[in-house]
Design a protein. Structure first.
Length: 137
């Protein structure tokens, strides 16, 4: 009876540890792209502009990663939920593949177009197209 109870408690303990790791991974995947976007938006807004400049045109925000190992084919999948370029999953616990899919969902809600590009198979970029022609008076 004691062995059965100890086994049950061990499985519960392991389950809680997996849940804590998953939550930490999800939180990291959310914080990283959002912190980058926040920094870029703050820099863009730091320059004084006339009110008309905010209402007209389109603003493009680009985040680039020069240490990218992607090839052109996988780039089209970076917004797929839980997709990761590492098909062998050797980086399990480091990446969850949820960050960019959430960025895309939030962008859609805010009427922002988002796309991924790969230049010279070494510079991976996320481009946000922010429409500035909406009247928010």
């Amino acid at each position: 009876m004691c062995q059965c109870l100890n086994g049950l408690l061990e499985r519960i303990k392991n389950s809680f540890q997996r849940e804590r790791r998953f939550n930490a991974d999800v939180a990291h995947e959310l914080r990283t792209p959002l912190a980058g976007f926040q920094s870029i938006i703050e820099v863009c807004l730091s320059r004084h502009r006339k009110p008309q400049e905010y209402r007209e045109g389109v603003t493009y925000l680009t985040l680039s990663n020069t240490g990218c190992c992607l090839t052109p084919t996988p780039v089209e999948h970076v917004f797929d939920m839980f997709w990761r370029a590492d098909t062998a999953r050797t980086d399990t616990g480091v990446h969850c593949g949820i960050g960019l899919s959430l960025v895309q969902k939030v962008a859609e809600l805010l009427d922002i177009k988002v796309r991924a590009e790969l230049e010279q198979e070494s510079v991976f970029s996320i481009i946000l197209e922010l429409p500035m022609n909406q009247n928010h008076d």
